[in-house]
Design a protein around this ligand. Structure first.
Ligand code: GSH
Length: 220
């Protein structure tokens, strides 16, 4: 059955790995599933046809026959649960890997997202100079806790899993702030993820949308 995901027609980062379809592409590459991509303009993302699949009018989505999913955590979990390669067989190790997936999206991503919001959307607000250091401190606190837990290990719990895929995907969005590099073991962890052949294929595919003339003409 054909798998179709949605992605930005014009990504704010020019297709350099920050848009969240990247983590779905990465998971698809890790489990060896071919996929198609439906590119959406910002306007199309808010239209009823897309909102019927993604109630918040965002990308990515995932369609496979009659199944339509949104939320990257749920999509990556669906792929990991139905294909070999992203979750361990041992029941406890599997449960721990899934726990790290939840940790990525519910304990780590919110503070990183808050930092991006404070910088990009509230950059011109009078409260920025007071609020930004507080938000940065919250990010550093969470990064430090994660750094302590990772220690010298390559991955969060034994072999690479969907938990690492999600956590590295979340952390790489922190690089631009400079905070990721304050934690060398986290920076190396993300780099290990990015060095995986599946990540590289996914990255190349996302970038190609913006560099290989696949773009459709701007919506009128
Ligand atoms: N929690 C969602 C977040 C999805 C999300 O924030 N997508 C961004 C792109 S990376 C988006 O569509 N932004 C445009 C918008 O919100 O209008 C997930 O993990 O799938």
């Amino acid at each position: 059955m054909t798998i179709t995901i949605t992605a930005f027609e014009r990504s704010p980062d020019g297709g350099r790995g920050l848009a969240r379809d990247m983590r779905v592409r990465w998971a698809l590459e890790e489990v060896g599933q071919p996929y198609e991509v439906r590119l959406l303009s910002f306007r199309a993302m808010k239209e009823p046809a897309h909102v019927a699949i993604q109630p918040f009018g965002q990308i990515p989505t995932y369609e496979e026959g009659a199944l339509a999913l949104f939320e990257t955590g749920a999509i990556v979990f669906h792929l990991a649960a139905n294909h070999a390669g992203l979750l361990p067989d041992d029941a406890h190790a599997r449960a721990r890997a899934i726990t790290w997936m939840f940790a990525a999206v519910s304990s780590v991503e919110p503070v990183i997202h808050e930092l991006a919001t404070a910088k990009l959307l509230e950059g011109d607000k009078p409260w920025k100079k007071d609020r930004l250091p507080l938000v940065e401190e919250r990010v550093r606190d969470r990064a430090k806790q994660l750094s302590v837990r990772l220690g010298k290990a390559d991955w969060l719990d034994g072999a690479f899993s969907a938990g690492d895929l999600m956590m590295a995907s979340v952390l790489l969005r922190l690089r631009v702030s400079g905070i990721l590099d304050e934690f060398p073991n986290l920076a190396a962890y993300v780099a290990r993820g990015e060095a995986r052949p599946a990540y590289k294929r996914a990255f190349a595919a996302q970038l190609a949308v913006h560099t290989s003339g696949q773009l459709s003409p701007p919506a009128t």
